[in-house]
Design a binder for this molecule. Structure first.
Ligand SMILES: [Zn+2]
Length: 391
């Protein structure tokens, strides 16, 4: 039978719809797919056969019977391909290999001292090469690479500025594309962290999320209406540089009194020096606080208070359902949450303060890297579905 071009397009669209339906409702039977999509059973069966041939879905087990023969269930093939994602931080990176469901297959944590672009890129390439070798054989292989970076990233995947790495104008997407010939996604670490928590972490059930990445600096990832909000050119969420003290200290951004000067890991470590902890890490300060060190407890309270000031501002702007605190300072939350809550309670306008659910990142150190995984997986299925529609 020869098909007209129109019939051909309709068929591809239906196939894409069936694939999406399996991804969203698995395990699901052919009969239920027909019900959900409104396609007839014969069409669904033939499309399913093609998707099984392409190894994008597979049959598994037997579902509950509604009277007659028990139906065979269909599932997306999470081992059809793999992703590599990297969460690049200021002094280390986490690199992971995952399947198409985001489950970890292998990982590598690499600390680094030298921050120049060439050294860090060499390490990044080595991590990617290593994980590529760890990937089991699969029909689609590595379907993409995602890198979350602590800096301002353009929609084109260039790092405009990564102040804490002292990087400027690095065409990271282009560098990786040339080397690997794979789909590459580059995103700001707070944006990625927000998405990681939305897809796999504390924010699964929420659609309005403020993710506060409290590390050496502060960045904010915004999930609005269930989607990452990037602004016009991808630069949204630079809330670490909102002014909370107009005559305050000088910030490296050129302004004075930015939020991150008072509420970040850097602020904590700088002030720790003054109370006798010249070389401490956040972890060591948490230990000291656990042992009841009064000055450290007081310092955490103070930093938490300032975090609360900025979070209150975010609450007033966005009326979020959830605020999630991630990155390094999350380790100290047992000592900081009381003062954060207290500040929100004191400063937030009445109608705004009671709905907000304040959480610590559930993925801990993995919010950013798994956010990149989620972007990469979505991109693969999106382009597969596009290919199904426009062969
Ligand atoms: Zn600033």
């Amino acid at each position: 039978m020869s098909q007209t071009w129109n019939q051909h397009v309709v068929k591809k669209e239906n196939k894409s719809l069936v694939l999406q339906t399996v991804q969203q409702h698995a395990p699901i039977s052919r009969a239920n797919i027909a019900q959900v999509t409104g396609l007839n059973k014969g069409t669904v069966s033939s499309l399913i056969s093609e998707l099984i041939d392409e190894q994008l879905i597979y049959e598994s087990g037997i579902g509950a019977s509604s009277g007659g023969r028990r139906p065979v269930m269909l599932l997306p093939n999470e081992k059809a391909g793999f992703t590599i994602s990297i969460g690049l931080e200021v002094n280390h990176m986490i690199a992971v290999l995952t399947d198409l469901q985001g489950d970890l297959i292998a990982e590598k944590k690499l600390p680094f001292q030298t921050k120049d672009v060439d050294s860090v890129l060499a390490l990044l390439f080595a991590a990617i090469d290593h994980l590529k070798e760890q990937a089991p054989p699969s029909p689609y292989g590595i379907v993409g690479i995602g890198v979350g970076v602590p800096g301002v990233v353009t929609n084109e995947g260039d790092i405009l500025l990564a102040p804490n790495l002292k990087w400027k104008q690095i065409p990271l997407k282009q560098l990786l594309s040339e080397r690997y010939q794979l789909p590459i996604i580059i995103e700001n670490e707070a944006n990625a962290g927000a998405y990681g928590e939305k897809i796999y972490g504390a924010g699964k059930l929420a659609n309005e999320i403020i993710y506060v990445s409290a590390g050496i600096g502060i960045g904010v990832g915004l999930i609005l209406n269930g989607k990452l909000y990037k602004g016009l050119r991808g630069f949204s969420g630079e809330l670490g540089h909102m002014t909370i003290n107009k005559d305050g200290e000088q910030c490296r951004c050129g302004n004075q009194g930015c939020w991150e000067l008072y509420a970040s890991e850097q602020a904590l470590l700088d002030q720790a020096k003054e109370i006798g902890f010249p070389e401490a890490t956040v972890n060591q300060l948490v230990q000291a606080a656990s042992q009841g060190h009064t000055d450290v407890l007081h310092l955490f309270e103070e930093i938490g208070d300032y975090l609360g000031v900025g979070i209150t501002n975010c609450i007033h702007i966005f009326n979020p359902e959830q605020v999630i605190i991630g990155n390094t300072l999350q380790q100290a939350m047992p000592f900081m949450l009381p003062s954060i809550h207290k500040r929100i309670e004191q400063n937030a306008i009445g109608f705004n303060k009671h709905d907000v659910d304040l959480n610590v990142a559930k993925l801990a150190d993995y919010s950013t890297v798994l956010g990149m995984t989620a972007f990469t997986i979505e991109n693969f299925f999106h382009s597969t579905e596009q290919a199904l529609i426009h062969p």
